[in-house]
Ligand binder design. Sequence first.
Ligand SMILES: [Zn+2]
Length: 624
Amino acid sequence: MTAGSAPGALIAELNEQYDARHRAFEDNFWATKMALQGCSTEALTRTKLDLDAFLSDAGHLKAVEAAISGGAATPGELKVLEIMRKTFETYVVDDARVAELKAQLTAIESELDAKRGSMRLGFEDPEKGFVECSSVRLRTEMRTNPDERIRKAAYEGLQGIGTFVVEDLCRMVKLRNEVARLSGFVDYYDMSVTQAEGFGKQKLFEMMDDLRGRTDGTMHKAREYLAKKSPLGEDALKPWNTGFSLAGETDRKMDPYFPFEDAVAVWGRSFAALRIGYRGATMNLDLLDRKGKYSNGFCHWPVCAYNRVDAEKGDKTWVPSVANFTSLASPTVVGSGNTALTTLLHEGGHAAHFANVVQDSPLFAQERPPFSVALAETQSMFLDSLADDAAWLGRYAKDREGRPVPWDLVEESIRAKHPYAVFDVRAMIAVPYFEKALYELPDAEVTPANVLALAERMEVEVQGGPAGRPLMSVPHILSDEASCYYHGYVLAEMAVRQTRAHFLAQGQIVDNPSIGPALAESYWRAGNSEPFLDLVVNLTGKPLSSDAWADALAVPLEDKVRAEKADYDAAVKTGPYAGPLDVLDMRVRLVHGDETISDSEVDGGFDAACAKFKEWVKAGKYNA
Ligand SMILES: [Zn+2]
């Protein structure tokens, strides 16, 4: 391709190339992660390199820049070219020293990954000796084991991760900061925020400081309340006891009201009630655990939605998105129905977002950088927040006989969770505060002893005492992709609260048919072409702030119970949405590895596909 080609032809060609390479990589990604027949890790690596080569091609960046400055592009074409420039700029590295540093970082990271995989992780059982296990198990032991000695040992096991990784982390912090300084930023944290969100570290921490300041009092009150309420007294505040003290029986008691085999139908019904449409998307859902399957849920898009514009005639053809998503449910295990449902609301929320990006290039809807993490998570977290509302539970949480979850249980759950919700907020913001301080250390002070001490100090300052999940054990701080990124979740939750408050001021959220169209118009359509903060102002009419979140946490328990009771009563009376499901405008395929369980296009619609899935689960065919 030459820099002199007409803008329309350049756009069409880059769109086609991206679409093809992205699809090839994602098809292989799905095949290997789902362990499908004939999958090939060799093909996966090849197609990944192919996609990376496309994105980091300096020639593409040059051609796009020339087309922008050439003056021949229409306003619509300019908009596409700007997104192309932003995307290629994220991946093209033209400084040789930066390229070298990045190669070093990749090497340290994969070395650390390998070491970490073979690390002897576990806990000292006073009777049985050392028990080797994963960090997931260590956290489960802390939450559920009645023996305090084991809980303490499990906590010490988690702390061991910090000492194990700290030396490599120090090396990475120094290299990452050098990359950032060479690229013109004060440090790596500042670079990461600016690249992902379009505003710098200072602006970010103004918002974070506000949230921190406004939840300080609530946190201290919650700690006192726990020490007073827990049979362990003050000891409940020890890091290995807090989770255990808070883990109640309510989740187990709620379980019968979330039958796994109904989860897909419940998700579809509750999104249809909001009038969320997927613009002709195909959704491939592989929801059950199985041997050889990748052990983490995810949602990826082999095809990003966009308008394909004919370079000569100017006609537009809509290319609907294709989404693949997976969870690891074991239908007979307690909690699997609830987990499946939350996954469907969350990942189905991401999928709705990306299916509704209506622009003239797939680069507006690719979930990779430079897409704002905060914008993406706002959509999924807003939609999965519904399942905590009594207005939703009263309509949709029903047992196998169709009886709604009783109010007593809903109330029990509110009483067990609301007073301590602030702990989650503080645990969430502790990560960005720690990383900010870490990347601000002068190089000479980035030593293992200093970094471990810093993590401990941040836990006390932000969480009120040593944390049940030690900061140094949070995996995000290590990897290139996920480090200095956690604030995305904080901003997203802030936006979720503000969006909820905005809609609630006008009426209900659950089953309100104006919610889907409002989200599609204000949050989804633009893809990554408008800054996250602007989109929040457009929808809610206010700049993003922690007001709504802090207010929600500070609602007195009895007021909360009273309000939710009123919502619950109304919900039970109304019942779930019973209208048509064709508003979803999607093809859903329920698969189990190579097996297609049901397909809405073949089986006669969404309801029919869900019914067939339900029979399949009930027959226990996943064990075959
Ligand atoms: Zn998400």
